[in-house]
Design a protein around this ligand. Structure first.
Ligand code: NAP
Length: 517
């Protein structure tokens, strides 16, 4: 039997009482560890987090809590090698793809630690000036933001076991709100190990950080009115969580990052041979293959002027053909595996749906794997689909609706820019759209047209060719989230992330009282 990982709840390590769910190496097929949460006292553990953890965090000011984040980042940095090994074993990632998850987390923690230095060192965040409510000025109202008096429960997705925890925990802990994380079971090992290292290092107050691995049973029932819930995963699960009796009864604040059929748009001026064209091709191929396409922000629909459809297909196909797929332990390999057999089946099913609705411009189905057994490894080659005409793009629905959470995208020609913008909107709300061109006024106008349906619009022109941060790369300084299908959530965006973990309150009184806050 493999090791059963413990949960950290109520200020102590506790093993579940069940046999556990095994976690696998998706490349070799071997069992790695097991996780289980059966029999845990969740209400007791949550009460400990709110009481001990929350009180201890809120006894500190924002700047001191920023120092805690810096200390957490230091612990993670010191154990980074172990995280790379776990990620390769449990997520099948290459070193570069592990870096996005692990180093992205450390960078995000460091960013929030630095942002904390600019915050007031008090117990609340001011929100505007006091406004008089009496003609003689003897009575006024002042708005402040106070940390939520509960805990933050994170229910996370399988694709970012490291970043998915810390991008949420950094603003929560900085706000003074204790964290309970329930990682996705398939890749829970890395999250558990990171929490273990931070707990063992003793850098956070008891109860500030807890982890429950394995099943989700009972987690939502343990929520109380001041708690917040942040979820990343499928739209179906999001709907279940939103409708959970404890969430509706207590009006628990919920943030959802769900699935998204993100777009990239090659602008009409970006003809073959221009720098913007090359930037588009490079980014599309990179987005399809990075983390084997398992990024919520990855480009799924690529819109191009109809006249350039063939040239784009050829250029992207040439790049994809060079992608070496297989065992990430082999240095020649550029794209590792999907995280599990379940994901492999889901991706194949999604690709079959696209195959039935579109042409295959570059087929990854028959790719030869390096150092990996095709009967065992959850590897799949990158596949570019396409619809040949703008009319087919307008008539089609599958390509605008199906999110294949793997290395796949669809090339979609447009006749004119208004038509392209209208087709992008058929994603029903996405995390990100990117534009590639060299006409700044047109780029700006188009960005604003796409803005209402996106959390982020990423505009690439030759002026920022070497410095732009990437279509799918989520930077802590920029908002992450999107309307509609993308879940309606908002994370990161620098200090804006703190809003979710605070309550805005109006305090009314005499000016001397308000000044004494
Ligand atoms: P999922 O099934 O919804 O699982 C997500 C998380 O919810 C896991 O921790 C899962 O636990 C848990 N869960 C499942 N059913 C639950 C329930 N009834 N009550 C409480 N928790 C429950 O999602 P998935 O299919 O694994 O994840 C892939 C999806 O996530 C993709 O569609 C992708 O677009 C989306 N995603 C979005 C973002 C973003 O930022 N917008 C980022 C990454 C992924 P178990 O693992 O134990 O089942």
């Amino acid at each position: 039997m493999t090791e059963l990982l413990s949960n950290y709840l109520g200020g102590r390590w506790q093993a579940g009482s069940g046999a556990g769910t095994p976690l696998f190496d998706p490349v070799l097929g071997t069992e790695l560890v097991r996780v289980d949460a059966t029999g845990l006292d969740l209400p007791g553990g949550f009460a400990f987090a709110r009481g001990q953890g929350g009180r201890a965090l809120r006894a500190l000011g924002y700047r001191q809590r920023g120092e805690l984040l810096a200390a957490v980042a230091k612990v993670l940095q010191a154990n980074r090698d172990a995280y790379y090994e776990i990620s390769t074993a449990n997520s099948g990632t290459t070193r570069a793809d592990t870096g996005i998850d692990v180093d992205g987390a450390i960078y995000t923690l460091g960013t929030y630690a630095r942002l904390a230095a600019g915050l007031p060192d008090g117990r609340f965040l001011p929100d505007g000036e006091a406004l008089p409510l009496a003609k003689d000025g003897s009575f006024a109202t002042r708005h402040v933001q106070v940390p939520a008096d509960g805990l933050a429960l994170f229910i996370n997705a399988f694709n970012f076991p490291s970043w998915g925890l810390w991008e949420k925990a950094a603003p929560a802990l900085l706000s003074g709100v204790p964290v309970v994380v329930k990682p996705a079971t398939a890749t829970a090992w890395l999250t558990q190990r990171m929490v273990k290292d931070v707990v063992d290092a003793g850098v956070l107050p008891a109860g500030a950080l807890s982890i429950v691995c394995g099943g989700s049973a009972g987690l939502l029932d343990a929520l109380a009115p001041q708690d917040v819930l942040s979820f990343t995963g499928s739209a179906e699960t999001a709907a279940i969580l939103r409708g959970h009796p404890a969430v509706t009864r207590h009006s628990v604040r919920v943030n959802v990052e769900a699935d998204s059929v993100n777009s990239a748009l090659l602008m009409p001026d970006a003809a073959p041979g221009t720098p913007a064209f090359d930037l588009f091709v490079k980014e599309l191929a990179r987005e399809m293959t990075q983390k084997s396409g398992q990024k919520c922000t990855a480009i799924r629909r690529a819109f191009v002027p109809a006249a350039h459809y063939g040239a784009v297909a050829q250029a992207v196909g040439a790049r994809l053909a060079k992608t070496v797929v297989g065992n990430p332990r082999n240095e020649a390999v550029r794209m590792g595996s999907l995280v599990s057999r379940a994901q492999l089946a889901a991706v194949r099913e999604g690709m079959d749906a696209l195959r039935g609705a579109a042409q295959v411009l570059h087929d990854g189905a028959a790719v030869a794997l390096v150092d990996a057994d095709p009967g065992i490894a959850c590897c799949v080659g990158p596949t570019l689909f396409g619809l040949a005409t703008p009319e087919a793009v307008r008539a089609g629905s599958v390509v605008h609706e199906v999110e294949v959470f793997g290395p796949a995208a669809t090339l979609l020609p447009y006749a004119d820019l208004p038509q392209a913008v209208a087709q992008v909107a058929r994603g029903q709300g996405s995390l990100v759209a990117s534009l590639y061109g060299d006409d700044a006024p047109l780029l700006a106008r188009t960005a604003l047209q796409l803005a209402p349906l996106h959390g982020r619009v990423h505009v690439v022109s030759p002026a920022c060719a070497a410095t732009h941060t990437g279509h799918g790369n989520v930077m802590p300084q920029s908002l992450h989230g999107g309307p509609g299908r993308a879940g309606g959530g908002a994370e990161l965006g620098g200090l804006r992330a703190l809003d979710f973990y605070h309550r805005r309150v109006a305090i009314q009184g005499a000016p001397e009282t308000l000044n004494a806050l």
